[in-house]
Design a binder for this molecule. Structure first.
Ligand SMILES: Nc1nc2c(ncn2[C@@H]2O[C@H](COP(=O)(O)OP(=O)(O)OP(=O)(O)O)[C@@H](O)[C@H]2O)c(=O)[nH]1
Ligand SMILES: [Mg+2]
Length: 433
């Protein structure tokens, strides 16, 4: 095996603390640059780096060649040199060519971006086999188009020039081929590993039990909420992306009804697309949930921005249409004014503290009310010429089972009052849970 037969993803943060300079652009809209850089600081610290400076530049859109302007880039190089920073992190995903150009302009320094940092944290925090495979897949997808950048780096190290170009290019081809091969292997392995969880998920779907998923921004308190409601014993930590695996527990509600409650990976502003793709099967549970409990850190100054970021990811994964209940957590850290502001924007939200238990009774009641509202189970028999009714059931009800019989399609569905009313004419049985 040649020394390049194995391709290992680059690890941004080394074991020892690395000094880092952060760079962001102020677009004058959307998230404020200082808030975004404060979050990037937390990400950098979580990955094991120490932030020694942050630099910003005002511009409507990033420069297509170097992300920030040339002058600013020189300032970044100068700052990194003066402060002995080995790492410069940009607050947006850099294109492969931007990355290569910046590497040329800021020599002797590792150049990373928000995406690379998030991927690095995921790699540090992944514990299950599936989680590790998902993260490696996301890393490889991210690295594949950037392999050229790594090679340019090496070429320069070797002195560059005519003699190094040939072998460099062919080595690049080899690396690309190996990376693609690994991506294929990872996808196959993931399919295999996800099999068991898939089976459980499908069994839950068939059982018709009402399924609730906790979704929300990282560090909002999803795992703490699951633990408080079900004694699940899931890891809780004051760090970003503490838990990556999905955990499902049974939750008994005050009215005697039983539902399942799933805690899943947290979201973030500018969540890398490769991660969303790689975590697709973990996020299937969210997409298929009957109810999303959107946990928000109500004590955070960016609570509303974080809600918008979560809604964006929910849209990306095809879960935007799921019924959602907004929960403002960390009530123990809120003052009266904050509560008022949160509730005036989201009047139907629940305010609670998973830490002190305040408001958890109301949360249980509200979940029970949602489950009751959506809980009419119908067995319908739809003639084959009424494909529109089958489509209606798929679009607006939960399909418990579906079979094709001589007279048509027989479906067992669970639906809310409205959809149930429209499907009722085809009912064989009707049952309210
Ligand atoms: N003060 C206060 N802190 C809380 C509350 N709920 C959770 N926390 C803290 O917030 C931090 C994050 O909690 P987690 O439950 O790990 O958050 P998460 O949403 O699961 O985060 P990720 O798994 O990283 O996406 C921990 O330090 C918790 O102790 C609360 O109601 N009040
Ligand atoms: Mg968690």
């Amino acid at each position: 095996m040649s020394s390049h037969e194995r391709f290992t993803p680059q690890v941004i943060a080394a074991k020892s603390v690395e000094r880092a300079v952060l760079v962001g652009i102020d677009r004058g809209r959307g998230w404020g640059v200082s808030e975004s850089l404060a979050e990037l600081t937390r990400l950098a610290e979580t990955a094991g780096a120490e932030v020694v400076a942050t630099l910003t530049q005002k511009m409507g859109a990033p420069d297509s060649r170097t992300f920030i302007g040339k002058g600013k880039l020189e300032e970044v190089a100068e700052t990194a040199r003066e402060l002995g920073a080995a790492l410069v992190v940009f607050d947006d995903e850099l294109s492969p060519s931007q990355q290569a150009n910046i590497e040329n302009a800021v020599p002797e320094t590792k150049i990373a971006d928000r995406t690379g940092l998030i991927l690095d944290i995921f790699a540090l925090h992944a514990t299950s086999r599936e989680g590790k495979l998902q993260v490696e897949l996301a890393q490889m997808e991210y690295l594949l188009p950037r392999l050229r950048g790594l090679w340019r780096h090496l070429d320069r190290f070797m002195g560059g020039g005519v003699m190094t170009r040939g072998p460099g290019e062919s080595q690049l081809e080899t690396d690309r081929r190996l990376a693609r091969k690994r991506i294929g292997e990872l996808k196959r392995e993931l399919k295999h590993v996800a099999g068991e969880r898939e089976l459980q998920r499908k069994a839950r779907a068939r059982s018709g039990v009402f399924r609730v998923s906790l979704v929300g921004y990282t560090n909002a308190g999803k795992s703490t909420t699951l633990n408080a409601l079900t004694d699940a014993g899931v890891l809780v930590a004051d760090k970003l992306f503490a838990t990556l695996d999905a955990t499902t527990r049974t939750l008994e509600l005050p009215d005697g009804r039983t539902v399942t409650l799933t805690d899943t990976v947290g979201f973030i502003h500018k969540l890398p697309h490769s991660l969303v793709e790689a975590f697709k099967s973990t996020l299937d549970e969210v997409r298929e949930s009957d109810l999303l409990v959107h946990v928000v850190d109500g004590s955070h100054a960016q609570a509303f921005d974080q809600i918008a970021a979560v809604q964006e990811v929910l849209g990306d994964i095809g879960a935007a249409d799921r019924p959602a209940l907004v929960v403002f957590n960390k009530a123990d850290e809120m003052d009266q004014d904050m509560r008022f502001q949160l509730l005036s924007r989201f009047p139907h939200a629940v305010v609670c503290s998973a830490l002190t238990g305040e408001g958890l009774g109301e949360l249980r009641d509200r979940v029970a009310a949602e489950a009751a509202r959506q809980a009419i189970t119908l067995t319908i028999l739809v003639p084959y010429d009424r494909g529109d009714i089958v489509a209606l059931a798929h679009g607006h009800a939960h399909i418990v089972s579906e079979e094709h019989v001589a007279e048509g399609t027989r479906l067992v569905v669970r639906a809310g009052v409205q959809a149930a009313g429209r499907l009722e004419p085809y009912a064989e049985h009707r049952r309210a849970q």
